[in-house]
Design a protein around this ligand. Structure first.
Ligand code: PHE
Length: 339
């Protein structure tokens, strides 16, 4: 019986079957237990030896049970640990991470440069009206220069701003000089899209108004910005240009030596002294609101530039449409530190 029991114990594949073996041999009515119950019927002189024999069998079975139970428990634990194990040598899955868009980063850099020069950053609405986008900027409806800004008109007669310049007007109507502001934001043009034209792009507008603000101040400011953007040795060039809201008006370029060893004049934006007609229109709007006329006789300068253009020139991006096609392969190249 002992041999049989020990074999059954070794063969039990799990704790449940081991329990069955235990019940069969040493349970309350198990085979060994029943054998002990027969001792009373034996003649007294045989009892002791028989009792010792049965107890030895029981002890052997108990020991085997304990040992097998421990082994089965250990095996079960090992199996569970193995099923929970991870292979830390497998290649990772790499969670893709997002980040600010290159154009946002350039606009942020520009705002930092101007904040350092004491400018206030303000934003306007993308839906504008004719008065602020054109009329008050000295571009009446019959003015041929309106063609410079191909316009998306809304059904209610309003429009998508074609430049950030309307914020010059809005800010001056609400504030008195002296003032220094920059206006980052989106602008819209009704144009066929190609490598250098998008129907939506960004501008950063600047406006300074005070006493005896001069063209020299304007040039110094643009030079300071260009050096902040392209490095301390950057040269700036101004060429006469025409904007209805400036007199005189100019376009500015930087002489920039890029890391690939090329250098050339890169046109970055437009600028000029604020046209007296703009100050007059602002005072008219103020007067209509019951505010005093405070701009006539003041001087100021304004400028506007496009961050897309800066990005294309600086990083050799050949097509403006890359910025908004949302291809992660393009955008991810501009996540790290920018040169
Ligand atoms: N608003 C002009 C444009 O969109 C840029 C500009 C701004 C020019 C301020 C002169 C002064 O082209």
């Amino acid at each position: 019986m002992q041999e049989e029991a020990l074999q059954a114990i070794q063969a039990a594949p799990d704790l449940e079957s081991l329990q069955a073996v235990k019940t069969r041999y040493v349970g309350k009515s198990g085979l060994v237990t029943r054998e002990l119950g027969t001792l009373g019927k034996l003649p007294p002189e045989e009892r002791k030896a028989r009792g010792a024999e049965i107890n030895a069998v029981r002890a052997a079975i108990d020991a085997a049970l304990t040992e097998r139970e421990a082994a089965l428990k250990r095996a079960a634990l090992d199996a569970r640990l193995a099923s929970e194990a991870i292979d830390v040598t497998l290649p990772g899955l790499g969670l893709p991470s997002g980040g600010p868009h290159l154009i946002s980063r350039i606009l942020t850099d520009l705002q930092d440069i101007y904040a350092g020069l004491g400018y206030t950053v303000v934003e306007g609405n993308e839906v504008e009206d004719d008065q602020h986008n054109f009329d008050a900027l000295n571009i009446p409806w019959f003015h041929p220069a309106r063609d410079l800004w191909d316009t998306f008109w809304l059904e209610d007669g309003r429009l998508l701003r074609t430049h950030t310049s309307p914020m010059q007007v809005r800010y001056m109507v609400d504030h008195t000089p002296p003032l220094k502001i920059v206006v980052p934001g989106k602008v819209y043009r009704y144009e066929a899209t190609d490598a250098t034209h998008e129907s939506m792009f960004h501008q950063l507008e600047g406006l300074v108004v005070g006493e005896r603000v001069s063209m020299a101040d304007l040039k110094g400011t643009i030079a300071e910005m260009a050096r902040g953007l392209f490095g301390p040795r950057t040269q700036v060039r101004f060429q006469p240009s025409y904007y209805p809201f400036t007199e005189p008006g100019a376009d500015f370029s930087v002489w920039w030596e890029n890391p690939r060893g090329e250098s050339k004049w890169l046109e970055l934006g437009g600028c000029g002294m604020v046209h007296p007609n703009v100050f007059r229109a602002v005072d008219d709007l103020r007067e209509a609101q019951g505010q005093p006329r405070v701009y006539e006789g003041k001087t100021g300068f304004a400028f506007g530039l496009g961050p897309e253009r800066i990005a294309m020139l600086k990083y050799g991006i050949p097509d403006i449409r890359y910025f908004y096609a949302n291809d992660p392969k393009v955008l991810a190249q501009f996540r790290g530190p920018l040169g």
